[in-house]
Design a protein around this ligand. Sequence first.
Ligand code: PMP
Ligand code: GLN
Length: 458
Amino acid sequence: MMMSSLRILCRSGLRQSHAAMTQRGVDKTLYTDSTRMNKFSLADKYHGLEKNVWVEFIQLALEYKPLNLGQGFPDDLVPYNVLDSLSEVAKESVFLNQYTRGFGHPRLVTALAELYTKLLNRPQDLDPMKEVLVTDGAYEALFTAILGHINPGDEVIIIEPYFDCYEPMVRLAGGTPVFISLKPTKTDGVISSADWKLDMTELQSKISPKTKAIIYNNPNNPLGKVFTRDEITSICNLVIDNDILMISDEVYEHMVFDDSKMIRMAEMPGMWDRTITIGSAGKTFSVTGWKLGWAVGPANLISNCGVVHQNCVYTCPTPIQEAVARGFEKEMTRMGSEECYFRSISVDLQKKRDYLAKVLTDVGMRPVIPEGGYFMMADWSELAGKIDLSTETDTARDYRFTKWLSKNKKLQGIPPSAFFCQEHKSIGEDYIRFCFIKHDDSLKKAEEILQGWRKELN
Ligand code: PMP
Ligand code: GLN
């Protein structure tokens, strides 16, 4: 109510000064403060979206210089052949440094089409020109999928914890996010991300005639859950029965541990036609600064995404696309073998996961052992009584704890409540998220910090 009366006031102010301008010519003094405010202020559609966990915590890391296990960027396991490709490409040809095809560099879309034909078990080869769109990171792929399909009034179900940008993107499109959270079902013993479950009856109850799409992330960031075939089948049944679009963020698709298996939404019966699969070269090849992603799906859906893309960034950097294409070509020749990066990364990450889990347990936190991805949530609530967080002013407990840890112990994580909607933030508040795609020396340093802290606590 207050916002809309403010807008009416500002608009009427604008009309009055316009009238005055036409009567007496332009008089600068007639630009009232409210007119100025209206002209130079943030566009209405972005109001409420000003706070961003990455902006806040990257700034915190710059200021306090902690050991950074917060934002998910690797400092280890980077495939050097992919880095070498980029330096070769830059020097190889002038043309590889110029604009390329807007919807994706031909060599890259060809490689992606070949790869996903296999990964998604398609009966026919994917059409690289129509069924693949290359984007500026998975962020832009999500943006094109959401903005390209959601109309004002549409409802979009978001499965929590969710990668934080889903919610603002749905709101920007004029859609209404409808949230449902995975919930912890176990309190004793070793807890795994598999113990966080989705209540399918609750999911069914969230579907309405206005439901346009479901967005989900598998393997999940921040939890590390890898959805089982049974869970995915139940989601698919609801999606198909209610004619819903599926936006499936699978950026951690190659990082899966133990006996967990990556089941891709679009490989399930009846799902190809209604699924947009989102991937990221930054995640796939551990080069997050390359900011290259893609959307894969049926031609009609990818064409809609393309309309958003062509009116937004239009095309992505050519040398990066060429280098990623070469990376894929190489990995495709050794798919299934031990040396294939898509396999070796999981083997290497699993060791790092186990190490960090032990370190966190030793200090009195309770890690949720992830089945995939490279993040781990750890419950710190048993330590809450031993620390004084009164210096921190945030409303959410996990924000207070994460900032306190960064400033006082020089170890940075990310507060998981950022991955829940306003009403469900309490589900994440007992946890902190750590990234474990880090060099063994970095993880050792984390251990030293936490052991030092444990001595103080006892
Ligand atoms: N989805 C998820 C689940 C993520 O964790 C991230 C962060 N990398 C993205 C999308 C965005 O990926 P990109 O860096 O390729 O834009
Ligand atoms: N996806 C990464 C994470 O979850 C980084 C996100 C970002 O920097 N916006 O940490």
